[in-house]
Ligand binder design. Structure first.
Ligand code: COA
Length: 390
């Protein structure tokens, strides 16, 4: 291993000192004006509390992309453009999904979204990043197209024809498409809140993936395709589906202690707890946890809330760990009657706003993202031609 760093690498760089941060923990990897986690979670300077309470996804998507809250006219025009994209899904995409649903109807909807965005990039001939205005238009289209792909797939996989995209804002329209019922005002409000809470979170793994991809000069659809792949993992967005599997596996509050003990003994992580950045609890989980308990009170979902409370207390007592957003979000989605397989795809629909905002920010002030590594492999050795090896 070289002991002298190349001249352009500062003497303090990790590869030169033999020091490195596993998983890039604690490393500041760039600047962003989109979201801040310092002290309080803020989108473009606005605290998450009022944005989440308003639960207006289009308002937040506009804020993330354009940097300012929309006026009523801007909000209406933006919502119309996103809605138009959802209604006008390219027939070539629907054709492909139809064939794929006939071939493998049990495919994970996350894989369908990854394929769907990649297809859109191919159909739209997206090769290199365009000017900012073109990128914003692409982002707005994706905001509508992605939930439309998800809803179309759920129809096709169930053997139904693809239903039209409903009128109105994205949150109730998506909820209606995924449950088959027009949601109540209360259901729409809490679903909108989850979309706002999932919309953006600084340099998380999937956003960083998207930024890394476009930092090479690649296109927005490639960045989003990669981000969906990163979000799918259970340590990231996939956790919300695992949370419901966990709660179902435990079954009832009286079995919680034994189940949690088993996980600790087997050194398994409990999904929906812990966070790389929030070490004293996730503000989003606190906000949504309260709303989730209110939603469940007096309904068939109440026993699940009792079980969740019990697990929360045990995790705090034994590990000092608090829930992250996926813990209440999974319970909200379950209470709304959504199938588990769409939990992480809904996260995609929401995070599309944050991802595209970050892609545009990265392209606007780009430098190739390319860190160093600390070599820990075999020492230098001599090559022997194939014929001399046995
Ligand atoms: N269940 C049990 N133990 C956990 C845990 C969990 N959910 N999260 C962290 N820990 C443990 C770790 O194993 C580690 O134990 P060790 O010191 O004995 O090795 C310790 O707590 C500290 O972990 P930390 O450094 O804080 O974790 P991280 O920053 O590398 O990982 C996560 C963060 C999110 C990947 C991790 O908390 C996790 O796997 N959570 C479950 C998945 C999840 O909910 N993901 C969604 C995130 S929003």
């Amino acid at each position: 291993m070289a002991t002298t760093p190349p001249s352009k690498v500062p003497a303090t760089a990790p590869a030169a000192t033999g020091d490195f941060a596993k998983g890039l923990a604690g490393i500041v990897a760039g600047r962003t004006a989109i979201c801040s986690l310092e002290g309080d979670l803020r989108y473009r300077g606005y605290a998450i509390g009022p944005l989440a309470t308003a639960g207006d996804f289009e308002e937040v998507a506009y804020l993330l992309l354009y940097g300012e809250l929309p006026t009523p006219d801007e909000h209406a025009a933006f919502s119309r453009r996103v809605h138009g994209a959802a209604r006008g899904l390219d027939p070539a995409v629907v054709d492909c999904l139809t064939r794929l649903a006939a071939r493998a109807p049990t495919a994970a909807p996350m894989d369908v979204l990854r394929t769907g965005v990649s297809l859109l990039g191919q159909i739209e001939l997206d090769q290199t990043p365009g000017p900012r205005e073109a990128l914003l238009q692409q982002a707005e289209r994706l905001l509508g197209q992605v939930p439309a792909i998800l809803a179309a797939w759920m129809d096709l996989a169930a053997g139904r024809p693809v239903a039209p995209w409903p009128e109105g804002p994205l949150a109730p329209a998506l909820l209606e498409r995924l449950t088959g019922h027009r949601p109540t005002a209360e259901q729409t409000a809490i679903f909108g809140t989850t979309l706002v809470l999932y919309a953006e979170h600084e340099f998380n793994a999937s956003t960083f993936t998207a930024r890394t991809i476009v930092s090479t000069g690649s296109d927005m659809h490639s960045g989003i395709t990669g981000a969906i792949g990163a979000l799918k993992g259970p340590l990231h967005g996939g956790a919300n589906e695992q949370v419901l599997e966990t709660l179902s596996a435990i079954g009832s509050a009286d079995r919680a202690e034994a189940w949690v003990g088993e996980q600790f003994a087997a050194k398994r992580v409990v999904m929906g707890f812990g966070h790389r950045v929030y070490k004293d609890g996730d503000v989003r989980a606190k906000l949504l946890g309260r709303m989730c308990r209110d939603l469940a009170r007096g309904t068939a979902a109440e026993p699940l809330e009792d079980l969740a409370d019990r697990v929360e207390r045990l995790m705090l007592e034994h590990k000092g760990l608090k829930p992250n957003l996926d813990w209440p979000a999974a319970r909200v989605y379950h209470a709304l009657g959504l199938p588990v397989s769409v939990f992480t795809p809904i996260f995609v629909v929401a995070r599309m706003s944050g991802w595209t905002a970050h892609i545009i920010e990265q392209i606007g002030d780009n430098r190739l993202i390319r860190p160093l590594s600390l070599y820990c492999g075999a020492p230098p050795r001599d090559y022997r031609p194939l014929a001399h090896r046995r």
